[in-house]
Design a protein around this ligand. Sequence first.
Ligand SMILES: C[S@@+](CC[C@H](N)C(=O)[O-])C[C@H]1O[C@@H](n2cnc3c(N)ncnc32)[C@H](O)[C@@H]1O
Length: 296
Amino acid sequence: MAIIKNKSPVLFFYNNSKKWLMNISKKESLHTHIGVLKHADAIGKEYGSRLMTNKDKYVYLLEPTMYDYIMKIQHGTQIVYPKDLGYIAARAGIQDGQKILEIGTGSGSLTSFVASIVKPRGHVYTFDVDEKFMKIAEKNIRRAGVSKYVSQHNLDLKTSKDTPVTDMDVALIDLGDPWIVIPKVRQMLKGSGSIFAICPTMNQLEKLTMALVENEFTDIESTEHIIRTIEAREGKTRHSFQGIGHTTYLCFARKAFFGTRRAKTATKAKTATKAKTATKAKTATKAKTTRKITKK
Ligand SMILES: C[S@@+](CC[C@H](N)C(=O)[O-])C[C@H]1O[C@@H](n2cnc3c(N)ncnc32)[C@H](O)[C@@H]1O
């Protein structure tokens, strides 16, 4: 039985649009338009129980899920929403124990979700250039309880010569110009590793796809995910009037070896060796000639 204690996280749930996520603090109260609730009254209760406000309204004490943390995230940036998160995890085959590279931590929504899947043996290595967003993400990741499985780095992989991580199972990219980091990401991914990029516009998708082909990625797929909520009530079930409009497109691909890169590298190496041998031979002939002249 899961019992609420002091400092336990609780989602105070009145209805879908009125819910509050907080950690229980025995001296605090929650003040809302439907009345006041004392945190102390939740202590000792089983998750799922309800409390009555001083205005006689019931509020349920729910144990927060990753969905709740993401929907209540502090926004520093645009975030990836649950409607896309599920598909990303399924299509990229994200699972416990994997090493994940993320470029563009933003508010840490995707980071937290992915960390909750790869834990306890896996890890998310996430990179961002903006320290302000990194601080917001750090708070959100901590609140979601997955800090142990995330390393945040302040590094621009667009310009950096470093390859800070290698042999990654999956790479997730969410920045304005993802095509620029594709050669770098290729170096950091294991063979057949998955890449996912978030592209709010079709122009970004086009440029990205071209870069993926050029850098020997296969199984390329672009999708858009639209979710419709249904209001199910006896005798009057219908689509909800509210809904999420366009958020983003998703682009998925896998690292492959087309053979052309290796062939190119081999040709380059051959040419270099030939050039070296020719230079050596030339130098040796010159030395011999010099010696002969000196002897005379
Ligand atoms: C849209 S947000 C990412 C949102 C994130 N996926 C989430 O779900 O919360 C884009 C982030 O990319 C970061 N960014 C921009 N250029 C970058 C770069 N060259 N390297 C790393 N991060 C970068 C921005 O600072 C911003 O935090």
